[in-house]
Design a protein around this ligand. Structure first.
Ligand code: C2E
Ligand code: MG
Ligand code: MG
Length: 312
């Protein structure tokens, strides 16, 4: 048996029992985060972190009701002919005081507090509306959405998703769900069944951030999936290091062996794109193709794409 100890001192870290317990608790979590089996004192830094966290939580609560979220779209293009096969919808937060915030700065907190369920519902409804609106404009575009573990665990998730698609009049075949490798390895049989049903209706399923978690290959084989997205860390050095290329090629072979398409994300250079095309990757996404864009910019970019391709 081991122990992680948090220490708070009166009166520096509080005067009431509640304050002292809260401070000691924060110090104890800090001790755990620093490797467990150690003792940590409460500090000014920890106090500031606690204040930041609770500020972020209350800002997040307001954000949902105040229409502060928006989506940007990043194209995924086929390696063989350069056509757009999908666009990934990525969340942005127009924070009233701090400006535009990236998901890295708030998704984790949204997950911890459960607010991700509400935010995720907004994302799905917005994506369903966007699919339908673009269809009316003559743009048939598959949109991919990122799903958090907390959302999948929520009993109503699949029903709400179907409702949103039906209400917006958006066909399932234009929706793609991205679930992370770690999530895919841990979700329950019920969730897998619901994913399979959605896929049977025409939606496609992608495994995100592949190569960052631990995959059980037998389980991967049995999952109802269409695409596997290689994490940036797997493809970062494909243009510079023979070993990185060999590994990426083997992983792409594995993905094809599962009957799936391989998508490489975070492609930043033409050299990476070229290597990936040669080693058999099907789809690429990244700054080398285009940045995530606001809706209007994405539409303009997509309209312009055939002309760019013709110009070489
Ligand atoms: P992800 O799903 O793996 O998304 C790819 C991330 O890589 C995006 O970051 C994208 O902007 C970034 N990226 C694209 N091309 C490049 C490139 O060439 N180089 C580099 N270095 N990065 C590139 P972003 O938008 O900051 O999102 C980060 C993560 O937040 C996403 O990773 C996803 O896990 C999560 N996320 C985004 N939107 C949502 C959402 O609506 N719901 C949930 N639950 N999570 C979301
Ligand atoms: Mg993603
Ligand atoms: Mg990813």
């Amino acid at each position: 048996i081991g122990a992680s100890i948090g220490i708070a001192l009166r009166p520096d870290h509080g005067t009431t029992l509640t304050e002292l317990m809260r401070a000691a608790d924060a110090a104890m979590y800090h001790a755990k985060a620093r490797g467990r089996g150690r003792a940590e004192h409460f500090s000014e830094t920890l106090a500031a972190e606690m204040a930041d966290r609770s500020q972020l939580e209350s800002d997040l609560r307001d954000a949902v009701g105040r229409d502060q979220f928006t989506l940007v779209y990043q194209p995924q293009i086929a390696c063989n002919d350069g056509r757009i096969v999908a666009a990934e919808a990525l969340l942005r937060w127009r924070h009233p005081r701090l400006g535009l915030k990236l998901p890295g700065s708030f998704i984790k907190r949204a997950e911890e507090t459960g607010l991700i369920v509400e935010i995720g519902e907004w994302v799905i409804e917005t994506v369903a509306d966007t699919i339908a609106r673009w269809s009316r404009m003559g743009i048939e575009q598959r949109l991919a959405v990122n799903i958090s573990p907390r959302q999948l665990d929520h009993a109503q998730f699949f029903r709400r998703l179907r409702d949103a698609m039906r209400v917006a009049n958006a066909p399932a075949r234009l929706l793609e769900l991205e679930i992370t490798e770690t999530m895919a390895m841990h979700c329950s049989d019920d969730v897998i069944e619901a994913i399979a049903a959605l896929r049977a209706d025409g939606a496609s399923i992608a495994i995100d951030d592949f190569g960052t978690g631990y995959s059980n290959l037998a389980r991967l084989r049995d999952l109802p999936i269409d695409r596997v997205k290689l994490d940036r860390s797997l493809i970062e050095f494909v243009a510079d290091k023979a070993q990185a290329r060999t590994i990426a090629q083997a992983v792409i072979g594995l993905i094809h062996g599962l009957g799936c398409e391989a998508v490489a994300e975070g492609i930043e250079t033409q050299a990476q794109a070229e290597v990936l095309r040669i080693i058999g990757c099907d789809i690429i996404q990244g700054y080398a193709v285009a940045q995530p864009m606001a809706e209007d910019d994405f539409i303009a970019w997509a309209r312009d794409l055939p002309r760019q391709a013709a110009a070489g």
